[in-house]
Ligand binder design. Structure first.
Ligand SMILES: O=c1[nH]c(=O)c2[nH]c(=O)[nH]c2[nH]1
Length: 298
């Protein structure tokens, strides 16, 4: 005997661009994002009995993503994700949960001859602003939002150490008091649940501030700290974001440790290129460390 133990379905990789034109100043603001919507609810019969009666076509979900982007603001992405998710619950009685993911790319305004340009932008980083919204009929936690930054590639050429770790018959890594540290930041902060779309609207300003603060805290801590380990540095980042964004419940990071290996060049005329003489390194594609944590309020 088999049974359907969980199911959700929807449209992924819906790419949307929206321009906001301020007629008075002639200034445009642009947003480019990729949206995913997955619905849950009384949809089992579509899997088990080939009954498409409860199926809202994924093509209709794609259309809805465009229409809601036209009708409503797409910024902050937390608000757009919540509005979109709420629409599916309000419209289809058999839908119990709408999961909405938004990933927004960077389009930063150009500064030309010292002046912000009204309609020209550039990609000043590959990091994305990510939001996941779970909109449900669960009393008291109708809208659950996580926000984050991903793909923020950083490197420091000193100011990182790693020593005092387990040494046994499997250990070859030397201790170091000065190493290169590089990672691809994936940080997420989870908000206390919102009981309604109105409650989320009432505190809508927290989202942009948290994103600015989290990105700044991540870079400042990374740059300024003499890091004893990825683990300790990411824990400090989490603590600071929890302080900066009081309406969050927890903060998590997933950080690859992207290794740069020293190269012994002594075979060439006795060239010194290790330890304090190291200048030329071999960046590694893999393997890499992967360090994760979640820090919650106690
Ligand atoms: O910051 C680090 N944490 C580790 O757990 C680890 N393990 C390792 O080999 N290098 C590092 N660096």
């Amino acid at each position: 005997m088999a049974r359907l133990s969980s199911a959700r379905y929807g449209k992924d990789n819906v790419r949307v661009y929206k321009v906001d034109r301020d007629e008075a100043s002639g200034t445009h603001t642009v947003t480019e994002m990729t949206v995913c919507v997955l619905l849950e609810g009384a949809i089992d019969a579509s899997y088990t009995d080939a009954d498409n009666g409860p199926v809202v076509a994924t093509d209709s979900m794609k259309n809805t993503i465009y229409i809601k982007a036209k009708e409503h603001p797409v910024n902050p992405p937390e608000l757009y994700a919540a509005i979109l998710g709420q629409h599916f619950l309000d419209t289809y009685a058999h839908v119990s949960v709408a999961n909405v993911d938004v990933k927004a790319k960077r389009w930063t305004r150009m500064v030309i001859d010292g002046k912000p340009h009204p309609h020209s932008f550039y990609r000043d980083g590959e990091d994305t602003r990510n939001v996941t919204a779970r909109v449900s009929r669960d009393a008291g936690r109708e809208i659950e939002i996580s926000s984050g930054v991903a793909g923020l590639l950083v490197l420091k050429s000193t100011g990182s150490q790693f020593h005092g770790f387990v040494r046994d018959e499997f250990t070859t890594l030397p201790e170091t008091w000065d190493r290169i540290l590089s990672t691809d930041v994936d940080a997420t902060w989870r908000w206390k649940p919102f009981p309604s779309l109105q409650a989320l609207r009432d505190s809508v300003d927290v989202f942009d501030k948290a994103w600015d603060d989290a990105r700044a805290i991540t870079m400042k801590t990374f740059a300024e700290e003499d890091s004893p380990s990825v683990q300790n540095t990411m824990y400090k980042m989490c603590e600071k974001i929890l302080d900066a964004a009081p309406a969050t419940e927890s903060v998590s990071y997933a950080l690859p440790n992207k290794h740069y290996f020293e190269i012994d060049l002594s075979w060439h005329k006795g060239t010194k290129n290790t330890g304090k003489d190291a200048e030329v390194y071999a960046p590694q594609s893999g393997p890499n460390g992967l360090i994760k944590c979640e820090v919650s309020r106690s």
